[in-house]
Design a protein around this ligand. Structure first.
Ligand SMILES: C[S@@+](CC[C@H](N)C(=O)[O-])C[C@H]1O[C@@H](n2cnc3c(N)ncnc32)[C@H](O)[C@@H]1O
Length: 230
């Protein structure tokens, strides 16, 4: 899969794609419904965490190597990213799911990393402007009810000289895979609250963030994005 890695022209017009939000079924999930989805899946997610890291670890490391200083991980889930952020960074994670945050706290303890996790809505961050040197987020814009609001909040709390670093997943650039994603989009959204055929660069282009660089991997399903606050 690594052989499909390539740089993406972040200044090119965003690719055409299916509707970004709400889900393919035409209905967005609320934050409460998203909490319920993760409450149902937390045991399975905790059990498969190692497999998740096996597949996504190299992409997380590549995406977040520049996350130094005071770092905010938005929609941190089980704090999987904490292993891939440089050890010198001060790690703060937020998420709406108390179940995910319980696992996040356990993960920080397990890897011996100081850090703080808090329950918070990405679309309404309870932090002052410019307070973080880097804001990171992974596999999240597909789930946010309003991803543009969340991306703008990430830019607001990031220092103007800092970076917003994203690792997203979306519609493959391999036609057969993309058509499968389109076909299953509705069912996938209902079960996982995830728009897995979204176009991540197109979503970010709608926000105030200024995309500087993007790369993709794994048949175009994985996208890394480096952006400046708007
Ligand atoms: C697919 S998981 C990704 C978790 C983690 N970032 C990772 O890479 O493993 C999506 C996460 O987004 C969180 N989430 C969804 N909507 C949110 C919101 N409005 N504010 C904060 N977190 C949210 C979910 O609770 C879940 O933990």
């Amino acid at each position: 899969m690594a052989s499909s890695d390539h740089e993406t022209d972040a200044t090119a017009a965003p690719p055409e794609g299916p509707p970004l939000r709400p889900g393919a079924s035409g209905r967005a999930k609320t934050v409460e419904e998203i909490r319920d989805v993760y409450a149902d899946q937390i045991d399975m997610l905790a059990r498969t965490d190692r497999l998740n890291r096996l597949f996504t670890g190299r992409y997380r490391r590549r995406a977040f190597a520049r996350a130094t200083g005071r770092v905010l991980d938005v929609a941190c889930g089980m704090a999987t990213n904490a292993r891939y952020v440089p050890p010198s960074a001060e790690y703060v994670g937020i998420d709406v799911s108390p179940d995910m945050l319980r696992e996040a706290r356990a993960e920080l303890d397990r890897i011996g990393r100081d850090g703080e996790v808090r329950e918070m809505d990405a679309q309404d961050l309870d932090f002052p402007d410019d307070g973080f040197d880097a804001v990171i987020s992974s596999l999240s814009t597909c789930t946010f009810p309003d991803p543009v609001a969340a991306l703008n909040e990430m830019g607001r709390v990031c220092d103007p000289d800092g970076h917003v670093l994203l690792l997203e997943h979306g519609r493959s650039d391999v036609d057969l895979v993309a058509r499968f994603q389109d076909w299953r989009a509705d069912a996938h959204f209902e079960k996982h609250a995830c728009r897995w055929n979204q176009e991540p660069i197109a979503v970010v282009a709608e926000s105030d963030l200024q995309v500087e660089r993007a790369w993709s991997a794994a048949l175009g399903i994985i996208t890394g994005i480096e952006a400046r606050p708007g």
